[in-house]
Design a protein around this ligand. Structure first.
Ligand code: KG4
Ligand code: ZN
Length: 349
């Protein structure tokens, strides 16, 4: 179904982007396309389209890493944002802390061992019977304003692990149990709840949010220390991904960053979520450095073998960041973007 949805959208989306930019494919300098990580069935739809255009008009092609693009889009909006910087990427599907040392050189300080924070927001909203039309995050953020964040005692994930990895599966379970024990009925929408019921739901929303974000704060604080050891000139923490539009998240992280004398950079919400602008921008960054592939042949069979990287780390893991829980799942992982770039730089010199 995901593949079919991509296949249906790809032509109109490309046409719309070109017509809004008042350009034709002939005017382009190059074509950038996501080659990983992600579902290969979906990646293939985009890569096939990109290679069709590039082949037809003889344009170079730039293969882009989806997570690198989330981080680099910050440099589009804040042009003076220089390397090195730290990036926290938080959405429904990812929870990642990376140190960006230069274009293409990344160290992964932490990632999630199970769920991402956005997934925990979405499930909590669903179990509390909130309006999910704008996804669960905004609904929780709003209801939490009415609640007492200290009222339900959830424990902070991974306290005993002194690293920068994340886990949200346990917090999700704690929230579900709290909801069940209070007999909150998600079938009754919030708008029809009694005052007492509404205030109980608000307390859970606020208490969940406090702990979910506290987990981010603790990890970011440690990540800043690790990053400063490697890059003493570090100035910025970039926060991007759907959850970065949350005002409580921003204000709490802003305090962490200020305590460490750094600056917080949050791209506008429209650029924080998955979007084409970030892929195009990352393509420009690499294109300027001469990192691109020559135009593909004009006629390529539809079933051609493409270079797709469904499981593709951005950089090497920081030595202190390795987690046993994750090292078990290393099958069929592509070499990281950073290691590929380093290898090609060594060949050149
Ligand atoms: O980046 P995104 O649009 O898509 C991916 O998941 O890749 O992020 C969507 C996630 C959803 O889980 C949604 O609940 C969360 O971002 N989100 C928020 C807020 N707005 C969106 N979470 C917390 N507070 C928000 N205001
Ligand atoms: Zn994304």
């Amino acid at each position: 179904m995901a593949e079919a949805a991509h296949a249906e959208a790809i032509d109109p989306v490309v046409e719309k982007a070109l017509s809004e930019a008042n350009l034709t494919a002939r005017d382009l300098s190059a074509v950038a396309v996501t080659i990983g990580p992600g579902l290969s069935l979906c990646l293939r739809v985009g890569v096939r389209k990109a290679r069709n255009i590039a082949g037809l008009f003889s344009k170079p092609i730039v293969g882009v890493h989806h997570m690198e693009a989330h981080a680099l889009v910050a440099r589009l909006v804040q042009q003076d944002l220089q390397f090195p910087f730290l990036a926290l990427l938080i959405s429904g599907g990812h929870n990642l802390l990376i140190l960006a040392q230069s274009l293409g050189q990344y160290v992964q300080l932490g990632t999630t061992i199970d769920d991402a924070i956005g997934e925990a927001y979405d499930k909590t909203a669903k179990w509390l019977g909130l309006d999910m039309r704008r996804s669960g995050g905004p609904a929780i953020e709003q209801l939490a304003l009415e609640g007492d964040a200290e009222s339900v005692k959830f424990s902070t994930p991974m306290k005993q692990h002194k690293d920068c990895n994340f886990s949200y599966a346990g917090l999700k379970t704690q929230v579900r149990l709290a909801i069940e024990s209070r007999k909150i009925n998600a079938q009754i929408p919030l708008s029809s709840a009694t005052t007492q019921d509404r205030s109980e739901r608000a307390d859970i929303a606020a208490s969940f949010q406090r702990v979910a974000v506290l987990h981010l704060e603790e990890r970011c604080e440690r990540a800043i220390d690790w990053a400063m050891e490697m890059e003493p000139s570090l100035k910025y923490l970039v926060v991007s991904g759907g959850v970065a539009s949350n005002k409580y998240v921003r204000s709490r992280l802003d305090q962490v960053v200020k305590r460490k004398s750094l600056e917080l950079v949050c791209p506008p919400a429209s650029l924080c979520t998955d979007n084409g602008v970030m892929i195009a921008w990352t393509g420009i960054e690499h294109f300027r450095m001469g990192r691109f592939d020559p135009p593909p042949p004009a006629e390529e069979p539809d079933d051609a073998m493409y270079d797709l990287r469904p499981r593709w780390p951005l950089g090497e893991e920081h030595v202190k960041g390795r987690s046993e829980a994750r090292s078990l799942r290393t099958a069929r992982i592509h070499p990281s973007l950073t290691s590929i770039i380093q290898e090609s730089l060594q060949k050149q010199s």
